[in-house]
Write a protein that binds this ligand. Structure first.
Ligand SMILES: [Zn+2]
Ligand SMILES: [Zn+2]
Length: 129
């Protein structure tokens, strides 16, 4: 579902800490299909001789199932719908109030008014960061 919860900021999920908390076996179970997903994402439209769509779909299912076997799933369930991933570790600027980014802004458009605050969330309250 959406990260949009204007009334209450989400709890930021720290993907780096979570990754480091996993066993090597859990990291392999998630990381190997993640690599297939990443490669397939860029290949599927370029290489019609190979069904990358099938590879992407299968790898996503395997990866999601592997995540479900780790503490990540338990944390997600415990956080009652306000958990959103921190995108800073993958180099993406994100509004900490609603979760929008440069590539995926709020409906109607928004801009940055703080380091981690967009105009949709901060504009109505003035310029407080
Ligand atoms: Zn926002
Ligand atoms: Zn926004």
């Amino acid at each position: 579902m959406s990260c949009h919860q204007k009334s209450r900021p989400p709890v930021l999920l720290d993907p780096v800490s979570l990754w480091r908390s996993l066993t090597p076996e859990q990291q392999q179970a998630i990381g190997v299909p993640a690599i297939i997903v990443g490669v397939a994402y860029h290949q599927q439209s370029d290489d019609l001789a190979w069904n990358w769509e099938a590879a992407l779909t299968e790898a996503e299912e395997v990866m999601a199932a592997a995540v479900f076997e780790t503490p990540i799933a338990a944390l997600s369930l415990a956080s009652a719908g306000h958990l959103c991933p921190d995108l800073a570790p993958i180099g993406v600027r994100m509004c900490h109030s609603c979760g929008c980014t440069d590539a995926v802004g709020c409906d109607g458009g928004c801009h940055w008014v703080g380091a981690h605050l967009c105009s949709s969330c901060g504009g109505a309250r003035g310029n407080s960061p």
